[in-house]
Ligand binder design. Structure first.
Ligand code: FCB
Length: 446
């Protein structure tokens, strides 16, 4: 069996976070409201009526957080930039104090020997853009490219690579189809223009970044899809789910076309929002890397409700995280190998940009250690099977605002006491640090 110690010497280690989940300071230094600020105000939208108003107060405590990362020994830090700090109303000139925050953060990271890997959009759209249609509007894609240019011009002398979007599928489905995330729209299949416009935004931003000599990645949430049985109806449902969840945001980027969504009653132009030239533009800047966010496989059965061509089925007989998500490390190996099989040479090098679990409160998080070790073994096995995986960023550095779940799901290597903002490293932090340390010494020997 391949073990975690078979990872290549040059493998990059990191941790991930996102702006709205950690920063707080939502009304400071000219930041405008985002869709999440507004969504959190809706009665019943977020567990316990919580919000990211203070979160981990990272906006003020980033120095301490970078110090935690320096001690952890990571090579890279994936964080996100809050668009409403840069353009409080989603367009126009940059808000300089907002840019200055990320400038300080980047400098602090570099001084700690950590490579910054910013994500430009992790779901916190300026509310002003939501009011003109959000991602349902084509113009938002152009606004995103403009914002990208402002950020790249300021930080680009120190930031080599960028992630354009985080999990556009989750933003589409939770935010626009089911309304359980901001902006809380319940459009079901009428949400599809929000898929195309996110991809268009990626394409336009990717061109802006490449023009400035930068590397471009995107972080997709991907899942191996298991049919509930061999019955043709279950297999067809699994294919339909795979087309939506895995292919909708990866096929256009790597193959230049949308997957077949006819089982959803959708035409190739997604109901008319795809214009001539769009698909060429989306694929025009080849990705330097594909970010894979993996949490669990998905089991799919034939539909029970007429609205969608699939139904989700339980995965039985496996451990579950505090969130209730099934723990299936082999699913990550399966996913990585299937990406290689599906896309062949069109597949760029992969970085695991998120993987982790929520646990019950406490510092002795053996469950998390087991989760991480199992998934790293799966990565090692995928590499041994010929998949080019370059790095692993765990979700997350510290406990944070877990969207609609509020502060109830703790994903951190570092525990955060949200009353006092005290940070306390968990057992998994020490474990990750030792693992990275061991890799580093093998790196210097090789
Ligand atoms: C992912 C999100 C990330 C975090 C983890 C648990 O879908 O990208 O912000 O919430 O799930």
């Amino acid at each position: 069996m391949v073990t975690r110690f078979d990872l290549p010497a040059q493998f990059r280690w990191g941790v991930s976070t996102a702006a709205y989940q950690i920063e707080g300071a939502v009304a400071e230094d000219g930041r405008g409201p985002s869709v999440w600020d507004v969504f959190c105000e809706r009665p019943g939208a977020v567990k316990g009526g919580e919000s990211g108003r203070v979160a981990c107060d990272h906006y003020h405590r980033y120095g301490e957080d970078v110090e935690l990362m320096r001690e952890l020994g990571v090579d890279g830090y994936r964080f996100s930039i809050a668009w409403p700090r840069i353009q409080p109303t989603g367009s126009g000139p940059a808000n300089q104090p907002g840019l200055a925050f990320y400038d300080r953060l980047v400098d602090r990271l570099l001084a700690a020997g950590i490579t910054p890997l910013p994500t430009l959009f992790h779901w916190d759209l300026p509310q002003a853009l939501e009011e003109t249609g959000g991602w349902l509007t084509r113009d938002t894609a152009h606004r995103f490219a403009e914002y990208t240019g402002l950020v790249a011009d300021r930080l680009g002398d120190r930031v080599p690579a960028w992630i354009t979007l985080n999990e556009p599928i989750v933003h589409l489905v939770f935010g626009y189809a089911f309304g359980i995330h901001a902006p809380g729209r319940t459009l079901m299949l009428d949400a599809l223009p929000a898929a195309h416009h996110q991809l268009l935004a990626h394409g336009l931003a990717a061109a802006a970044l490449r023009d400035r000599g930068h590397q471009v990645l995107i972080a997709n949430n991907l899942t191996p899809v298991w049919a509930a049985s061999d019955a043709p109806a279950d297999v067809a449902a699994a294919e339909a789910y795979d087309a939506l969840h895995n292919r909708l945001f990866t096929d256009p980027l790597l193959l230049g076309r949308y997957p077949d969504l006819s089982s959803y009653g959708l035409s190739e132009d997604l109901g008319g929002c795809v214009r001539p030239g769009d698909l060429e533009l989306i694929a025009a800047t080849p990705l330097d890397g594909l970010g894979v966010n993996y949490y669990n496989p998905t089991r799919i059965a034939a539909p029970t409700d007429p609205g969608l061509p699939f139904a989700e089925a339980e995965i039985e007989g496996v451990p579950r995280t505090h969130f209730g998500w099934p723990v299936v490390p082999e699913g990550l190996r399966e996913l990585l190998v299937s990406l290689r099989e599906r896309y062949g040479d069109a597949l760029p090098p992969i970085t695991i940009t998120e993987n982790g679990c929520s646990t019950a409160e406490g510092l002795d998080d053996q469950f998390r250690i087991g989760y991480l070790a199992g998934h790293l073994d799966a990565v090692a096995e995928a590499i041994a099977a010929g998949v080019d995986v370059r790095g692993y960023f765990t979700w997350s550095l510290m406990d944070n605002f877990e969207w609609a779940q509020g502060y109830g799901e703790r994903f951190g290597l570092v525990e955060v006491d949200f009353e006092t903002q005290r940070r306390t490293p968990r057992a998994s932090y020490a474990w990750y640090r030792e693992m990275i340390g061991a890799r580093r010494s093998s790196r210097s020997r090789s």
